[in-house]
Design a protein around this ligand. Structure first.
Ligand SMILES: [Zn+2]
Ligand SMILES: [Zn+2]
Length: 160
């Protein structure tokens, strides 16, 4: 499975560290990460409409998995401000947060792209409702999520 990382005008600085962390966490489940450069944010405004941007990513990269770093706050309709969000193949992440938390949230969103749901254990797949949650959760997967990823990787390699 290939994951493309894209960035907007001001998020390039975060790409290398995020790519490294994703490879370390998910590489042995068959995920390959490619830096895919700059993608222009097509929508104007202070906050970005996350739902529209996910749809846009889905259209532009219909066969690939994509993580797009943007440097403006994301607003998800009917939910409010979010740091990150995913559709089944695409993820968006607001890169303007603390680097340590940004890495965790990147691992979290890519976990969704790998097929993981939210997790109640001591795990990066915990849903962070507050910034405090995000600081406190670990930057690794729990044994349950690890097992789930191994099973999915085996299923993929077993199918023609
Ligand atoms: Zn989540
Ligand atoms: Zn977990």
């Amino acid at each position: 499975m290939i994951l493309l990382i894209l960035h907007d005008r001001r998020s390039l600085a975060n790409v290398a560290s995020i790519k490294g962390a994703i490879e370390e966490c998910y590489g042995h489940y068959g995920l390959m990460v490619q830096e895919s450069g700059y993608l222009y944010v097509p929508l104007e405004g202070q906050k970005l409409n996350a739902a529209l941007l996910l749809k846009y990513l889905g259209r532009e990269f219909s066969t690939k998995r994509v993580l797009w770093l943007v440097d403006r706050e994301l607003l998800y309709p009917k939910i409010g401000p979010v740091v990150g969000c995913t559709s089944d193949k695409a993820a968006l992440l607001y890169a303007g947060i603390e680097p340590e938390v940004l890495i965790k949230e990147a691992l979290h969103e890519v976990g969704h792209l790998m097929g993981l749901d939210h997790c109640l254990q001591d795990c990066v797949m915990q849903l962070s409702r507050t910034e405090k949650n995000a600081w406190e959760k670990p930057s690794r997967l729990c044994p349950t999520c690890t097992t789930r990823l191994n099973q999915r990787a085996q299923l993929r390699s077993g199918s023609p």
